[in-house]
Ligand binder design. Structure first.
Ligand SMILES: Cc1cc2nc3c(=O)[nH]c(=O)nc-3n(C[C@H](O)[C@H](O)[C@H](O)COP(=O)(O)OP(=O)(O)OC[C@H]3O[C@@H](n4cnc5c(N)ncnc54)[C@H](O)[C@@H]3O)c2cc1C
Length: 280
């Protein structure tokens, strides 16, 4: 028999996580798929479970002068409809799953599950997102790219849970987002591209480019971004990114398709920027 707990608040959750080995269950949209045995059969959970979706303290989006704070159990629906967040953050959540999934799937679940195809990760890499982890021993904040170690692998420790995501506010002049899959809704990304840029007066201040679902973890090259701001050399930027792409063939598509198509989209966005095309 497995033990199922339903703590009422964060203190009770911390006690529970410290008292044994528990699997956190948020929206359950990844877990219910991963625990499936065969079509129609009951899900098989071997470990004890702690449900967290009922904890009100773990929901909501707030902002201060420099950051957005997104609590772990905030759903994708709340993200896409948020009046606090800018469109560049809302859009990737709007394109995930389908309305029923988005109503229960959580921001934290997408991150901690750390799937290669997790659509929030490229956005959070591009925005320099951080996560706040809590345990009975205290709290720690990690940059997203230090937390994600690989496909389904993170830095999370036994008695820790993800409390909130912290996204720095950026002076964003324009953004582009492309998610490519076999159809529009309820589909795994073949790849995705997040592109952001900022201006300082008439000068390009920064660009951010993150490519998701090609490598095990999103690809972002800060050196190449800085170089591009100096020399505006699209070819040099693409050469640097190409070296970082190490995809493999799988049921979603071939490595070659993903790498070439994602680079083509990055090139399109950079050329649009250099031409001064308008961004929505
Ligand atoms: C039909 C369908 C379509 C989907 N479409 C997409 C899509 O387009 N893009 C996409 O990226 N994903 C998609 N998903 C995957 C899934 O919906 C998301 O990854 C979702 O965000 C997971 O959140 P959850 O709350 O359901 O996580 P859960 O399933 O509850 O948990 C996932 C993992 O995270 C851990 N976890 C959850 N919360 C915490 C926490 N606070 N602290 C520590 N560990 C935690 C759990 O223990 C588990 O290991 C889809 C899933 C389905 C079933």
């Amino acid at each position: 028999m497995i033990d199922c707990r339903r703590p009422e608040n964060v203190d009770e959750l911390l006690e529970t996580l410290d008292s044994g080995k528990f699997r956190i269950f948020a929206g359950g949209t990844d877990l219910m798929v991963r625990k499936r045995q065969w079509q129609g059969a009951e899900r098989r959970f071997e470990e004890d479970i702690v449900f967290i979706e009922q904890i009100d303290e773990l929901k909501g989006i707030t902002e201060d002068k420099e950051h957005y704070h997104i609590k772990t159990c905030t759903t994708h629906s709340s993200m896409e409809k948020s009046l606090v967040l800018p469109e560049c953050i809302r859009l990737p959540y709007r394109l995930m799953g389908n309305p029923a999934i988005r109503n229960v799937a959580t921001v934290g679940g997408n991150i901690v599950n750390a799937a290669q195809v997790a659509d929030s990760l490229p956005l959070l890499y591009a925005m320099d997102g951080k996560i706040l982890l809590k345990s009975k021993n205290g709290s720690r904040i990690l940059p997203m790219d230090e937390f994600i170690k690989g496909k389904y692998r993170t830095e999370i420790r036994g008695n820790e849970f993800l409390y909130e995501v912290i996204i720095p506010k950026l002076n964003i002049r324009g953004f582009r987002y492309k998610k490519v899959g076999s159809r529009k809704a309820s589909i795994l990304s073949k790849f995705s591209v997040v592109f952001l840029y900022g201006m300082d007066g008439v000068n390009l201040e920064y660009i951010r480019v993150a490519i998701g679902a090609v490598n095990e973890t999103p690809v972002r090259n800060r050196d190449a971004e800085e170089k591009f701001v100096e020399n505006r050399d699209v070819g040099e930027f693409l050469t640097a990114i190409r070296k970082d792409l190490h995809g493999s063939d799988d049921k979603r598509s071939t490595r070659l398709y993903r790498e070439e198509a994602s680079l083509r989209i990055v090139a399109e966005y950079l050329n649009e920027l250099l031409r001064g095309d308008s961004y929505e």
